[in-house]
Ligand binder design. Structure first.
Ligand SMILES: NC(=O)c1ccc[n+]([C@@H]2O[C@H](COP(=O)([O-])OP(=O)(O)OC[C@H]3O[C@@H](n4cnc5c(N)ncnc54)[C@H](OP(=O)(O)O)[C@@H]3O)[C@@H](O)[C@H]2O)c1
Length: 315
């Protein structure tokens, strides 16, 4: 089969490699489209200690063509979204059977765009922050893959007020189409919010943003930490102060969940997929590349040229 191999020189090359064979508990997925995500850039730039050469790619849509021991043979032929630990930029990828999620009601392009960011956004809004009718939510990195989906899930859940924080005015214009009541630039945060407080704040940024966000929590508010885009610097907080205000700091880690409780991750993903299928939320696919063009797709993502989701056509 053909696969994109990342070499020690940080370049991606379309190469002929052996077809993978599913082991116990795995399925082999014939890939129609693969999603492009920031994790690929981190792999390219050597932030994970992975031996090269390797086939990157964390999210695909396609059809199950073979199953390993312990997996229902009846799944062969099923259309799925597969969340994988790598290998997605290939004609066939192996996935844990539990994370090959039935996607019969969603077209393959949309299913590839679903990726890890959509179930993450769904979990942040529903499972972790517990957003419901009348709640207010502040979403940092509001124009990104997770942020744009989180805004839509919050709106679908009946949130009263949804505010996004983005990098600049151009990003603000892009983000406004996803249901925000207000979008601020990072330069305007938190000053432009005045005395306003929020029932939940979603924070993948860290550092001073996290400290400022704690101060914006309403009584019983939840700060949801799910990344450190800007900095890993520690943030001081007082559990006594949180307790006095009934507030909580919560975290979410989809990668860990995929290893410890894959069925739980898959169940949330299936609920998110149903909202995509019925049109409650929309995945904004703005770029489609050939398998041979993975390097360009990632360069565009890394340079900030890309808005919305990029996908790779494999079929
Ligand atoms: N814990 C989990 O399970 C989980 C799962 C998925 C993702 N994540 C985390 O969530 C983050 C966002 O993922 P994504 O898929 O939405 O990424 P994405 O689509 O690539 O978007 C990146 C976002 O980061 C923002 N950003 C970049 N540099 C920033 C900075 N210095 N300060 C504040 N914001 C900054 C960008 O804002 P502008 O474009 O407006 O500048 C953009 O909204 C990832 O970095 C990752 O750490 C965590």
């Amino acid at each position: 089969m053909k696969a994109v191999v990342l070499g020690a020189d940080d370049h991606f090359r379309l190469t002929e490699v052996p077809d993978p064979v599913p082991g116990p508990g795995e399925v082999a997925v014939q890939v129609a489209y693969a999603g492009v995500q920031w994790g690929d850039v981190l792999v390219r730039d050597g932030h994970f200690p992975l031996p090269r050469p390797l086939v990157p790619g964390f999210e695909v849509a396609g059809r199950i063509v073979a199953v390993g021991d312990g997996v229902d043979q009846g799944r062969v032929g099923e259309q799925v979204v597969a969340l994988v630990g790598g290998g997605g930029y290939a004609q066939v990828v192996l996935a844990p059977a539990a994370l090959a999620i039935s996607a019969a009601n969603v077209d393959a392009r949309t299913a590839a765009g679903f990726g890890w960011s959509t179930p993450t956004a769904y979990a942040l809004i529903h499972t972790v922050a517990g957003i419901g009718p009348g709640d207010s939510v502040l979403i940092h990195a509001g124009s990104g893959g997770v942020g744009t989906m989180a805004a839509q899930f919050a709106a679908a859940a009946g949130a009263r007020r949804i505010v996004g924080v983005v990098g600049d005015a151009e990003r603000a214009g892009y983000a406004r189409q996803f249901g925000y009541h207000q979008v601020l630039t990072r330069a305007e945060f938190p000053r432009a919010l005045g005395e306003e407080t929020f029932d939940a704040v979603l924070d993948p940024v860290g550092g001073a943003t996290r400290t400022a966000s704690l101060a914006l929590l309403a009584p019983h508010g939840r700060l949801v930490v799910y990344g450190n885009i800007a900095t890993f610097d520690p943030v001081d907080l007082s559990t006594n102060d949180l307790l006095m205000n009934g507030q909580s700091v919560l975290t979410y880690n989809s990668n860990l969940l995929s290893r410890t409780h894959p069925a739980r991750l898959a169940a949330g993903a299936a609920e998110a997929l149903a909202l995509v299928a019925n049109g409650s939320v929309r995945i904004d696919i703005t770029a489609e590349h050939e398998l041979a063009d993975v390097e360009t797709a990632l360069a565009n993502l890394a340079s900030g040229t890309t808005h919305g989701k990029s996908i790779i056509r494999v079929r």
